[in-house]
Design a protein around this ligand. Structure first.
Ligand code: GFB
Length: 308
């Protein structure tokens, strides 16, 4: 990307989009076209068509999506399917019509079959059944990958897809019903400490394993791939290690300095037993993450909750 290139980041106020914007600003880019969801409803074909025809961005990062944790995915199944399909169909198609030089589509590790061999290799896509709690979201993301592949093969578009593992970072969602596990546990343990509560409830059995990547690392990887990668196959972006929800809860409990008890609620879903990404493809290109989980959590405890 040329330093004066016009760059559109769809979803620039979200956790992922804001991290990408920050990274690009640090790298010296300054010609951004940005729209909030109030200013541009990406589900509207007319609005998106008008936006691309008039703004004609050179590069697009498609980080806009309806996202949420395990319960939100399961509860708002129609919205997760409809909103995400509409957003990506509109943005990808109109990026093609407007002659965008390169587009990056961001997916998720939930695209892989629930019981795919670990670590999850890119080649195992569509080799088995999906995890039911997030099937609508996964189907939308798989459609996005296939759209980028199809627009590349039929129209020659330089559209690439990347699949990040579970993410955390600045501008996360802390709504206890809709958020992902990491922000939810940070909030639960901080509030329990402040209120001197005797216990904190952690959903599920605690046995599922998850891999967590800081969004600063993700943004760094996206920038790296946008500059260096131009192939039809999508690329995993992971940290390389996972942790059980039980151990994550204990880690956060210790870092917060909470002394009470942890109670697991097996009535809540566990979801996929494990989803560790195989990120060898990205590693062999020369990229690696910098922020380990403990450091990343401490950073957020400080910036978001004012804890040292
Ligand atoms: O982060 P999370 O909601 O998403 O949950 P997934 C991960 C694990 O943490 C599950 C457990 O086993 C949860 O039951 N957990 C424990 C909690 N306590 C909590 C809590 O207070 N809140 C939450 N949210 N979980 C999502 C997918 O799956 O991951 C999305 O539904 C997407 O589609 C996203 O792929 C990255 O990792 O299970």
């Amino acid at each position: 990307m040329e330093k004066n290139a016009k760059i559109y980041i769809a979803g620039h106020r979200g956790m992922v989009g804001s991290a990408i914007l920050k990274k690009l600003e640090q790298e010296g880019f300054n010609n951004f076209v940005l729209r909030t969801s109030n200013e541009l409803d990406l589900r509207s074909q007319t609005a998106v068509a008008h936006f691309f025809a008039t703004q004609k961005p050179d590069y697009v990062f498609l980080a806009a999506a309806k996202v949420g944790g395990i319960l939100a995915n399961n509860q708002y199944r129609a919205e997760f399917l409809y909103d995400n399909l509409m957003i990506q169909n509109n943005v990808i198609h109109h990026a093609y019509l407007a002659g965008v030089k390169k587009l990056m589509f961001l997916g998720s590790s939930c695209i892989y079959p629930k019981l795919a061999p670990q670590p999850l290799q890119e080649a195992t896509l569509l080799s088995g059944y999906l995890e039911p709690t997030n099937e609508p979201y996964a189907i939308a993301k798989i459609a996005g990958i296939k759209m980028c592949e199809a627009y590349r093969s039929q129209y020659g578009c330089r559209f690439i897809s990347v699949m990040p593992t579970n993410l955390y970072g600045e501008n996360d969602n802390y709504d206890l019903e809709k958020s992902h596990v990491l922000p939810a546990l940070l909030r639960k343990f901080v509030e329990a400490k402040q209120a001197d509560s005797p216990s904190v409830v952690v959903w599920g059995t605690g046995s599922p394993l998850r891999e967590f990547l800081h969004t600063q690392d993700l943004a760094d990887a996206c920038y790296f791939l946008m500059q260096n990668y131009d192939e039809p196959e999508f690329v995993n972006i992971g940290y390389g290690e996972d942790i059980s929800i039980r151990d994550l809860a204990h880690l956060i409990k210790d870092l917060v300095g909470y002394r009470g008890e942890i109670i697991f609620d097996p009535e809540k879903p566990d979801g996929t037993p494990r989803k560790l990404m195989d990120s060898r493809k990205l590693r062999t290109m020369g990229w690696q993450p910098k922020i380990d989980l403990r450091t990343g959590i401490k950073q957020i405890l400080q910036s978001k909750f004012g804890l040292d």
